[in-house]
Write a protein that binds this ligand. Structure first.
Ligand code: SAH
Length: 248
Protein backbone atom coordinates (compact mmCIF):
# COMPACT_ATOMS: atom_id res chain seq x y z
CA UNK A 1 0.00 0.00 0.00
CA UNK A 2 1.34 3.41 -0.94
CA UNK A 3 0.48 6.73 -2.55
CA UNK A 4 1.25 7.19 -6.29
CA UNK A 5 5.03 7.07 -6.68
CA UNK A 6 5.21 10.47 -8.39
CA UNK A 7 4.51 12.21 -5.03
CA UNK A 8 7.18 10.17 -3.28
CA UNK A 9 9.57 11.50 -5.94
CA UNK A 10 8.56 15.16 -6.18
CA UNK A 11 8.09 15.65 -2.42
CA UNK A 12 10.90 13.41 -1.17
CA UNK A 13 12.85 16.38 0.22
CA UNK A 14 9.86 18.17 1.78
CA UNK A 15 9.45 18.27 5.53
CA UNK A 16 6.09 20.02 5.20
CA UNK A 17 3.94 18.76 2.32
CA UNK A 18 1.75 21.83 2.18
CA UNK A 19 2.07 25.58 1.48
CA UNK A 20 3.20 26.16 5.06
CA UNK A 21 6.61 27.23 6.35
CA UNK A 22 8.24 26.05 9.60
CA UNK A 23 7.45 29.50 10.95
CA UNK A 24 3.74 29.14 10.19
CA UNK A 25 3.63 25.67 11.69
CA UNK A 26 5.21 27.08 14.84
CA UNK A 27 2.76 30.01 14.83
CA UNK A 28 -0.14 27.57 14.61
CA UNK A 29 1.22 25.57 17.57
CA UNK A 30 1.47 28.77 19.62
CA UNK A 31 -1.96 29.98 18.53
CA UNK A 32 -3.53 26.75 19.82
CA UNK A 33 -1.98 27.32 23.30
CA UNK A 34 -0.93 23.68 23.48
CA UNK A 35 -0.09 22.33 26.92
CA UNK A 36 2.33 19.57 27.87
CA UNK A 37 0.75 16.18 27.44
CA UNK A 38 -1.86 17.37 24.91
CA UNK A 39 -2.85 14.31 22.86
CA UNK A 40 -2.80 14.87 19.10
CA UNK A 41 -4.00 12.62 16.27
CA UNK A 42 -2.84 13.50 12.76
CA UNK A 43 -4.43 11.76 9.76
CA UNK A 44 -2.20 12.13 6.69
CA UNK A 45 0.78 13.12 8.84
CA UNK A 46 3.26 13.17 5.93
CA UNK A 47 6.85 13.47 7.15
CA UNK A 48 5.64 14.21 10.67
CA UNK A 49 6.88 17.80 10.99
CA UNK A 50 3.81 19.06 12.83
CA UNK A 51 3.78 16.33 15.50
CA UNK A 52 7.57 16.27 15.91
CA UNK A 53 8.07 20.03 16.30
CA UNK A 54 5.04 20.43 18.54
CA UNK A 55 6.32 17.54 20.67
CA UNK A 56 9.66 19.34 20.98
CA UNK A 57 8.24 22.85 21.51
CA UNK A 58 5.07 22.14 23.51
CA UNK A 59 5.47 18.63 24.91
CA UNK A 60 2.50 17.20 23.02
CA UNK A 61 2.17 13.45 22.55
CA UNK A 62 0.53 11.82 19.58
CA UNK A 63 0.08 9.56 16.64
CA UNK A 64 0.39 10.18 12.92
CA UNK A 65 -0.97 7.93 10.20
CA UNK A 66 0.14 8.19 6.61
CA UNK A 67 -0.14 6.05 3.51
CA UNK A 68 3.30 6.97 2.14
CA UNK A 69 5.89 4.51 3.37
CA UNK A 70 8.68 6.96 2.52
CA UNK A 71 7.13 9.91 4.35
CA UNK A 72 6.37 7.71 7.38
CA UNK A 73 10.01 6.60 7.48
CA UNK A 74 11.09 10.25 7.28
CA UNK A 75 8.73 11.06 10.16
CA UNK A 76 10.28 8.38 12.36
CA UNK A 77 13.79 9.65 11.56
CA UNK A 78 12.69 13.22 12.33
CA UNK A 79 11.24 12.16 15.69
CA UNK A 80 14.61 10.64 16.66
CA UNK A 81 16.47 13.70 15.34
CA UNK A 82 14.39 16.04 17.51
CA UNK A 83 14.56 13.70 20.52
CA UNK A 84 10.81 13.11 20.68
CA UNK A 85 10.59 9.47 19.57
CA UNK A 86 9.09 8.54 22.96
CA UNK A 87 6.30 11.11 22.53
CA UNK A 88 5.12 10.51 18.97
CA UNK A 89 4.50 7.41 16.88
CA UNK A 90 4.00 7.13 13.15
CA UNK A 91 1.98 4.38 11.50
CA UNK A 92 2.15 3.52 7.81
CA UNK A 93 -1.49 2.88 6.93
CA UNK A 94 -4.59 4.12 5.16
CA UNK A 95 -6.19 6.66 7.51
CA UNK A 96 -9.66 6.34 5.96
CA UNK A 97 -12.03 5.36 8.77
CA UNK A 98 -9.30 5.55 11.43
CA UNK A 99 -10.64 6.18 14.93
CA UNK A 100 -8.27 6.40 17.92
CA UNK A 101 -8.69 3.89 20.78
CA UNK A 102 -8.20 6.66 23.29
CA UNK A 103 -9.79 10.08 22.71
CA UNK A 104 -7.46 12.96 21.82
CA UNK A 105 -7.42 16.70 22.56
CA UNK A 106 -6.50 17.72 19.01
CA UNK A 107 -7.57 15.74 15.92
CA UNK A 108 -6.02 16.96 12.69
CA UNK A 109 -6.17 16.38 8.97
CA UNK A 110 -3.94 18.94 7.32
CA UNK A 111 -4.13 18.95 3.55
CA UNK A 112 -5.57 15.48 3.06
CA UNK A 113 -9.35 15.83 3.47
CA UNK A 114 -10.02 13.29 0.72
CA UNK A 115 -9.29 10.80 3.54
CA UNK A 116 -12.84 11.44 4.81
CA UNK A 117 -14.34 12.09 1.37
CA UNK A 118 -14.14 15.88 1.73
CA UNK A 119 -14.24 18.44 4.55
CA UNK A 120 -17.58 17.46 6.16
CA UNK A 121 -16.75 13.73 6.13
CA UNK A 122 -13.27 14.37 7.51
CA UNK A 123 -14.63 16.51 10.34
CA UNK A 124 -17.11 13.73 11.14
CA UNK A 125 -14.30 11.16 11.16
CA UNK A 126 -11.99 13.27 13.34
CA UNK A 127 -14.85 14.02 15.75
CA UNK A 128 -15.07 10.30 16.57
CA UNK A 129 -11.57 10.44 18.08
CA UNK A 130 -12.03 13.76 19.88
CA UNK A 131 -12.60 14.30 23.60
CA UNK A 132 -15.30 16.78 24.67
CA UNK A 133 -14.06 20.33 24.20
CA UNK A 134 -11.25 19.20 21.89
CA UNK A 135 -10.03 20.96 18.78
CA UNK A 136 -10.28 19.75 15.18
CA UNK A 137 -7.67 21.03 12.71
CA UNK A 138 -8.49 21.10 9.03
CA UNK A 139 -5.94 22.18 6.41
CA UNK A 140 -7.70 23.03 3.18
CA UNK A 141 -7.31 25.11 0.00
CA UNK A 142 -9.68 27.94 -0.91
CA UNK A 143 -9.94 30.41 -3.77
CA UNK A 144 -7.95 33.59 -3.12
CA UNK A 145 -9.84 35.04 -6.05
CA UNK A 146 -12.57 33.29 -7.98
CA UNK A 147 -11.22 31.90 -11.27
CA UNK A 148 -12.69 33.94 -14.12
CA UNK A 149 -12.47 31.12 -16.70
CA UNK A 150 -12.42 27.36 -16.91
CA UNK A 151 -8.79 27.52 -18.06
CA UNK A 152 -7.87 29.05 -14.73
CA UNK A 153 -9.79 26.31 -12.88
CA UNK A 154 -7.90 23.62 -14.81
CA UNK A 155 -4.63 25.55 -14.43
CA UNK A 156 -5.11 25.29 -10.67
CA UNK A 157 -5.52 21.50 -11.05
CA UNK A 158 -9.14 21.76 -9.94
CA UNK A 159 -11.93 19.88 -11.72
CA UNK A 160 -14.52 22.55 -11.18
CA UNK A 161 -14.91 25.91 -9.46
CA UNK A 162 -17.08 24.14 -6.87
CA UNK A 163 -14.06 22.10 -5.67
CA UNK A 164 -13.18 25.02 -3.38
CA UNK A 165 -14.84 27.99 -1.68
CA UNK A 166 -13.62 31.53 -1.12
CA UNK A 167 -12.33 32.12 2.41
CA UNK A 168 -15.46 33.73 3.93
CA UNK A 169 -17.60 30.92 2.54
CA UNK A 170 -15.22 28.24 3.78
CA UNK A 171 -15.37 29.78 7.27
CA UNK A 172 -19.17 29.97 7.07
CA UNK A 173 -19.33 26.32 5.97
CA UNK A 174 -17.67 25.23 9.23
CA UNK A 175 -20.40 27.10 11.10
CA UNK A 176 -23.08 25.29 9.13
CA UNK A 177 -21.51 21.99 10.23
CA UNK A 178 -21.98 23.08 13.86
CA UNK A 179 -18.43 24.26 14.58
CA UNK A 180 -16.93 27.50 15.84
CA UNK A 181 -13.79 28.56 13.99
CA UNK A 182 -11.52 29.39 16.95
CA UNK A 183 -8.22 30.05 15.15
CA UNK A 184 -6.66 30.00 11.72
CA UNK A 185 -3.22 30.39 10.16
CA UNK A 186 -3.17 31.07 6.42
CA UNK A 187 -0.56 30.40 3.76
CA UNK A 188 0.88 33.31 1.81
CA UNK A 189 2.61 33.29 -1.55
CA UNK A 190 6.02 32.81 0.03
CA UNK A 191 4.74 29.69 1.80
CA UNK A 192 3.25 28.48 -1.50
CA UNK A 193 6.67 28.94 -3.11
CA UNK A 194 8.27 26.83 -0.39
CA UNK A 195 5.86 24.01 -1.19
CA UNK A 196 5.79 24.25 -5.00
CA UNK A 197 9.22 25.61 -5.95
CA UNK A 198 10.94 23.15 -3.62
CA UNK A 199 9.66 20.36 -5.88
CA UNK A 200 11.60 21.73 -8.86
CA UNK A 201 15.10 21.20 -7.50
CA UNK A 202 14.05 17.80 -6.19
CA UNK A 203 12.74 16.87 -9.66
CA UNK A 204 15.85 18.15 -11.41
CA UNK A 205 18.21 16.22 -9.13
CA UNK A 206 16.05 13.09 -9.38
CA UNK A 207 16.06 13.34 -13.19
CA UNK A 208 19.84 13.68 -13.27
CA UNK A 209 20.16 10.59 -11.09
CA UNK A 210 17.39 8.50 -12.74
CA UNK A 211 17.38 9.26 -16.48
CA UNK A 212 16.09 5.79 -17.43
CA UNK A 213 13.34 5.48 -14.81
CA UNK A 214 9.84 4.72 -16.14
CA UNK A 215 8.65 8.04 -14.65
CA UNK A 216 11.54 10.10 -16.06
CA UNK A 217 9.45 11.43 -18.93
CA UNK A 218 6.55 12.47 -16.64
CA UNK A 219 8.94 14.21 -14.28
CA UNK A 220 10.68 15.97 -17.20
CA UNK A 221 7.32 17.22 -18.53
CA UNK A 222 6.37 18.49 -15.07
CA UNK A 223 9.68 20.21 -14.43
CA UNK A 224 9.48 21.95 -17.81
CA UNK A 225 5.94 23.25 -17.35
CA UNK A 226 5.47 23.67 -13.59
CA UNK A 227 7.18 27.01 -12.87
CA UNK A 228 5.08 28.84 -15.46
CA UNK A 229 1.85 27.01 -14.62
CA UNK A 230 2.33 27.60 -10.91
CA UNK A 231 3.11 31.33 -11.31
CA UNK A 232 0.17 31.85 -13.68
CA UNK A 233 -2.47 29.95 -11.74
CA UNK A 234 -1.93 28.43 -8.30
CA UNK A 235 0.20 31.27 -6.94
CA UNK A 236 -2.40 33.86 -7.91
CA UNK A 237 -5.68 32.07 -7.36
CA UNK A 238 -5.23 29.51 -4.59
CA UNK A 239 -5.23 30.15 -0.90
CA UNK A 240 -4.62 27.58 1.81
CA UNK A 241 -4.99 27.55 5.54
CA UNK A 242 -5.31 25.51 8.70
CA UNK A 243 -8.57 26.10 10.56
CA UNK A 244 -9.11 25.23 14.22
CA UNK A 245 -12.66 24.17 15.06
CA UNK A 246 -14.60 23.45 18.25
CA UNK A 247 -18.08 21.92 18.29
CA UNK A 248 -20.81 24.39 19.30
N1 SAH B 1 -0.17 16.78 6.81
C1 SAH B 1 1.11 16.60 6.17
C2 SAH B 1 1.03 15.93 4.80
C3 SAH B 1 0.08 16.59 3.82
S1 SAH B 1 0.21 15.96 2.17
C4 SAH B 1 1.86 17.91 6.06
O1 SAH B 1 1.22 18.96 6.22
O2 SAH B 1 3.06 17.90 5.79
C5 SAH B 1 -1.02 14.70 2.15
C6 SAH B 1 -0.57 13.43 2.85
O3 SAH B 1 -1.64 12.51 2.86
C7 SAH B 1 0.60 12.73 2.17
O4 SAH B 1 1.62 12.55 3.13
C8 SAH B 1 0.02 11.39 1.72
O5 SAH B 1 0.97 10.35 1.80
C9 SAH B 1 -1.11 11.20 2.70
N2 SAH B 1 -2.22 10.35 2.29
C10 SAH B 1 -2.86 10.32 1.10
N3 SAH B 1 -3.89 9.46 1.15
C11 SAH B 1 -3.90 8.93 2.40
C12 SAH B 1 -4.72 7.96 3.09
N4 SAH B 1 -5.76 7.39 2.49
N5 SAH B 1 -4.42 7.66 4.36
C13 SAH B 1 -3.36 8.24 5.00
N6 SAH B 1 -2.57 9.15 4.41
C14 SAH B 1 -2.83 9.49 3.14
Amino acid sequence: MDIPRIFNITESAHRIHNPFTPDKLARLGEALRLERGTRVLDLGSGSGEMLCTWARDHGVIGTGIDMSQLFTEHAKIRAKELGVADQVQFIHDDAAGYVADEKVDVAACVGATWIGGGVPGTIELLAQSLSTGGIILIGEPYWRQLPPTDDVVKGCHAHSISDYLILPELLASFGRLGYDVVEMVLADQDAWDRYEAAKWLTMRRWLDANPDDELANDVRVQLTSEPERYATYTREYMGWGVFALMAR
